[in-house]
Design a protein around this ligand. Structure first.
Ligand code: HSE
Length: 338
């Protein structure tokens, strides 16, 4: 499988590391032998139709802050159009930062890739939050795969669980914690009495936060994930503009303490019912299965016959997100033998 990698930040680099370290294991277990033929970051790109050396690309990125100094066929500017259409590849992986205003540059990258008849694997929530129905239609029309496991729960397979493990069961609603950064911040404010700013700085250091952490703390990241679950699992064609969203940026220590005294924790909850989709801080009883600490995510799927089924796992971080991308690639390979 030949791959073009657009975006080489925390997630793209983690992916390159896993593909390098797990190479033999992936071949042995899945017959999966990826070759990355181009990498583009915001400052430049590099390309080799016979496959780039990922360990070298990582070193160049670390030393110069861009892959543009990769020896040989590299460019000082990033012309994603040329890279997507002009590189030998079956799959484009899109990991540019999520932009919830207009979805760019990810939206154009995904559209262009599908139109150029490349399968797309994305970790970018922006384009899906704004235009998921149209993108699914384009993928269907071009007969290409659009995969996005990494957009919800990072490596924890919430989307696969809901769409593949509950056939024949009606999912009536969904609620839970879908953002690792805010959960980490709220947990540290609660357990270590840290200030909001200090806890946010820690979350950023750990690589959980979005490039623009406003998207996490103002609830947009959670809202995007609710939109993706609604469209994919419940076939509800909503976009992010239809959600009621309140973030955690104005929460003080007092509210956290008051909740604690009554045996609860404040959590940024995403909720999807028949009639409403909301994101807001809520008091959650400490013994509720979705009341998880640290950067964990927890989503409860409320079903007709088996009640609530809750899935818990790490929902943020480069390696965790890269793991979901590999899952999508392995899936595409098993379907198309590429
Ligand atoms: N910033 C996101 C989070 C990353 O904290 O959950 C995963 O989408």
């Amino acid at each position: 499988m030949r791959i073009v990698l657009i975006g080489f930040g925390t997630v793209g680099q983690s992916l390159a590391r896993i593909l390098t370290n797990d190479r033999d294991w992936l071949v042995k277990n899945y017959g999966f032998e990826p070759q990355v033929t181009a990498i583009a970051d915001s400052r430049g790109s590099c390309r080799d139709d016979n496959g780039l050396k990922l360990d070298l690309a990582l070193k160049v990125k670390e030393k110069y802050g861009s892959v543009q100094k990769y020896p040989g066929n590299s460019e000082r500017k990033t012309n994603t159009h040329q890279i997507i259409s002009g590189t030998e590849a079956e799959v484009v992986i899109e990991t540019t930062p999520s932009n919830f205003e207009n979805g760019e540059p990810g939206l154009s990258n995904i559209k262009e890739s599908l139109s150029a008849r490349r399968h797309v694997v994305t970790a970018n929530k922006g384009p899906l939050a704004l235009a998921m129905p149209a993108l699914l239609e384009l993928a269907n029309h071009t007969r290409m795969q659009l995969r996005f496991s990494a957009t919800v729960g990072a490596g924890t397979p919430f989307l696969n669980f809901a769409s593949k493990c509950l056939p024949g069961e009606k999912i009536l609603g969904i609620h839970g914690i879908l953002n690792g950064t805010t959960n980490y911040i709220l947990t540290r404010m609660d357990e270590a009495s840290l200030s909001y700013q200090k806890a946010l700085a820690e979350a950023q250091e750990k690589g959980y936060a979005e490039k623009n952490p406003d998207n996490d703390v103002k609830g947009l990241d959670t809202a995007a994930k609710i939109v993706i679950i609604a469209n994919w699992v419940l076939k509800r064609r909503i976009s992010i503009n239809e959600l009621e969203i309140t973030g955690i940026q104005n929460l003080g220590p007092k509210r956290i303490l008051t909740a604690k005294k009554s045996g609860a924790r404040i959590k940024l909850m995403g909720r999807l019912t028949d009639s409403r989709a909301t994101v807001k801080p809520e008091e959650v009883p400490a013994d509720n299965p979705v009341c998880v600490p640290g950067n964990l995510n927890a989503v409860a799927f409320s079903t007709e016959h088996i009640g609530d089924v809750t899935l818990i796992g790490r929902g943020a971080g480069g390696e965790e997100t890269a793991s979901a991308i590999i899952r999508d690639l392995v899936d595409i390979r098993s379907e198309y033998s590429i």
